[in-house]
Design a protein around this ligand. Structure first.
Ligand SMILES: Cc1cc2nc3c(=O)[nH]c(=O)nc-3n(C[C@H](O)[C@H](O)[C@H](O)COP(=O)(O)OP(=O)(O)OC[C@H]3O[C@@H](n4cnc5c(N)ncnc54)[C@H](O)[C@@H]3O)c2cc1C
Length: 393
């Protein structure tokens, strides 16, 4: 049982022995973690399990939209022609710049190329195990906060041929835009036109000449509507956020600042009772957290709050379990890098953590603050806080 303030996965007897760490996912978060686990050189032996055939997660474009045999959607939700919505300077790992000739908002290909160069530069690919899906991670000693983990995995084509291996720690980097959130709109099943979630949207030209409704106006909703406006006849964007204040170039995007209420076989009905005949409906309604390889007793999800995690990273009961991939609407590159540094400090036994009771209080007050602010408000304080813990090392 954990009673003290010192986070440490080592005991005097194992101090000098090699520590095996399972990293689940080799997207941006997994790459950040691998870099931190392997540099500065220490006694950590990481393996990053990646269910697709290469690294990069979302940034490796694929036309594939079918779920695999484990129920996972394809590893990327990125669509053709996507440009980043953050300036490239906010999409860098410390000390490794983008090509200076790139535009401020580069393409998906440019970002994938950046990741490839970073991986080569840091020699990280040798730690990655591709086409390998982690199906289960179980603590070996559930009463011990430093427990090792039994990690079960298999080749994506051979689900019956599993391997179970012990690891000193597990770091979850499996992504947060994976499992689509599909609100239960009445009538959705009756819609006869093309219906898809933005996760499966790939090419605007498939909607040429159509009237399309996009539900949701976050990053994907706005961007998908803009792309569609080049080829579609009309694009409706229905949402309940702040008015868009956006001028779309082709004059065929019509904003409806009302909730989508229901769907018929050929139309969308809004909360103001307006009925719009449509050919296709694209749900840009976000994502839900899911961790199919961990039991809900270990990581629970309540109203999209994943717990119990200190600073959204460290499991309160198991310091050998960390999650690096949760935060959305952030600068993933520097923040996941800081989280990776934090994970390294925990594994090395170098993080000065508060008492468990204080970590619990911290979680409760953060949840209260975020709910009171409807999950909006400044998020940048987070990185300072996380780095603050590290500077105490
Ligand atoms: C459409 C879209 C546009 C975006 N645009 C931007 C942008 O412009 N700028 C920006 O900074 N961010 C953007 N993002 C956010 C993006 O999610 C992050 O930039 C970043 O790619 C997240 O990296 P990740 O490693 O946490 O997750 P992912 O990229 O999702 O990687 C997770 C990896 O884990 C693997 N995996 C999952 N489960 C398992 C398992 N059980 N076993 C083995 N492997 C597993 C997956 O195959 C995947 O490769 C965008 C996201 C989307 C969806």
């Amino acid at each position: 049982m954990y009673h003290g303030t010192k986070s440490c996965l080592t005991s005097p007897t194992t101090k000098s022995s090699e520590k095996k760490v399972a990293v689940i996912g080799a997207g941006v978060s997994g790459i950040s973690v691998l870099r931190n686990l392997t540099w500065p050189i220490g006694n950590i032996k990481p393996v990053a399990f990646e269910r697709s055939s290469t690294f990069g997660g979302h940034w490796c474009f694929t036309n594939d939209t079918l779920p695999d045999r484990f129920g996972y959607p394809s590893s990327s939700a990125i669509y053709s022609g996507l440009r980043t919505n953050l300036p490239k300077e906010l999409m860098t790992f410390p000390g490794f710049e983008h090509d200076s000739t790139l535009p401020t908002f580069p393409t998906q290909d440019d970002i994938f190329d950046y990741l490839r160069r970073y991986i080569d530069h840091c020699d990280l690919e040798k730690y990655m195990k591709f086409n390998t899906v982690v199906t289960n991670a179980v603590p070996k000693h559930p009463d011990d906060f430093k427990t090792k983990w039994e990690v079960t995995y298999c080749h994506v084509q051979e689900p019956m041929n599993t391997t179970t291996e012990d690891f000193d720690a597990v770091i979850v980097c499996s992504g947060n835009c994976v499992f689509p959130n599909v609100p239960p709109f009445p009538g959705l099943k009756d819609f006869k036109g093309r219906l898809l979630h933005s996760r499966n949207y790939r090419k605007a030209k498939e909607f040429r000449g159509q009237t399309v409704a996009v539900i949701g106006s976050s990053y994907s909703g706005k961007d998908v509507a803009r792309q569609l406006s080049d080829v579609a006849d009309k694009v409706y964007i229905a949402h309940i956020d702040q008015p868009l204040n956006t001028i779309y170039p082709n004059g065929n995007v019509i904003e409806k600042n009302y909730a989508a209420q229901s769907i018929t076989n050929s139309s969308l009905i809004l909360a103001n009772r307006e009925e719009i005949e449509i050919d296709s409906l694209i749900l840009c309604t976000g994502y839900r957290y899911r961790f199919p390889f961990l039991s809900e007793d270990i990581l629970s999800i309540d109203d999209e709050h994943v717990s119990p995690l200190y600073k959204h990273v460290l499991h309160l009961d198991y310091h050998s379990l960390m999650v690096i991939t949760l935060l959305r609407n952030i600068a993933t590159y520097p923040i996941s890098f800081s989280m990776g540094k934090f994970a390294r400090a925990v594994i090395d036994g170098n993080a000065n953590l508060p008492l468990k009771i204080d970590m619990k209080k911290d979680i409760a007050s953060e949840v209260q603050w975020r709910r009171a602010n409807k999950l909006v408000g400044p998020r940048w304080h987070y990185m300072d806080t996380l780095n603050g813990i590290l500077t105490k090392v």
